[in-house]
Design a protein around this ligand. Structure first.
Ligand SMILES: *Cc1c(COP(=O)(O)O)cnc(C)c1O
Length: 224
């Protein structure tokens, strides 16, 4: 199957209101171009340098979503063009994105990453830490970021029940946060969850943005 075929297959499975972030990290421009030719416009990357190099050479109507772990000193390189940053996992990073966005005269869309998986290695606020941060209210002064929703990853397991529980927990938290802090906001509406092996479960649990890589582009080669 070609990239275009894989892409069409995934797109055909998405209900209305669910958008696809095609995760192109570690894949060359040619792979992205093939998906682009097939109509895909949203791509996800996890390294700022790699994303910026791709942004500079590929068509300008691509929406670049940063899905990796943020490093403070790299933020400024993507601020001029990034469409959405999925992995905000500390208030400090949110404030830094705001500072760089202010310098660039932009308002940058951000998602707050929540840790619900069992693995310690995954990043993110715990649900309580996230609510504490929102309750503290300092974020309301950050006029150059827009909090558009939440992002999360389920445990890397074959236990579908567990995956379902974690995605449902994320959705409940999303609804609670929306009701408490964003009831009047039209832009707090994204729940970014679901990858190649669990996007069906994520969609059933209310995902609005699935981040699918290997199912479209094949296995990644980390050595190139
Ligand atoms: C790599 C990555 C994905 C895509 O993973 P696949 O299993 O290839 O679909 C999605 N989300 C995040 C945060 C990633 O780092």
């Amino acid at each position: 199957m070609s990239i275009a075929d894989n892409l069409k297959q995934v797109l055909a499975e998405l209900p209305q209101g669910v958008r696809l972030v095609a995760v192109s990290k570690f894949h060359p421009n040619e792979a992205i171009e093939e998906a682009y030719q097939a109509g895909q416009r949203i791509f996800g990357e996890s390294k700022v340098q790699e994303m910026t190099a791709k942004y500079e050479t590929l068509p300008k109507d691509i929406e670049w979503h940063f899905i990796g772990h943020l490093q403070t000193n790299k933020i400024k390189y993507m601020i001029p063009y990034v469409e959405m940053i999925h992995g905000i996992d500390t208030y400090k990073l949110l404030a830094e994105v705001n500072k760089q966005a202010a310098k660039a005269g932009r308002i940058v869309n951000c998602l707050i990453q929540i840790h619900v998986a069992q693995e310690e290695t995954k990043f993110g606020f715990s649900p309580e830490e996230c609510k504490d941060m929102l309750h503290a209210g300092e974020w309301k002064e950050l006029s150059h970021i827009r909090i558009c929703g939440l992002m999360g990853m389920a445990s890397n397991t074959d236990d579908v029940e567990q995956i379902n529980r974690e995605f449902c927990l994320l959705n409940r938290l999303f609804q609670e946060i929306k009701a408490n802090w964003f009831a009047d906001s039209d832009t707090f509406r994204e729940l970014s969850m679901g990858m190649s092996h669990d996007y069906h479960e994520a969609i059933a649990a209310g995902s609005t943005l699935v981040r699918v890589g290997s199912k479209i582009f094949g296995e990644r080669n980390y050595n190139t």
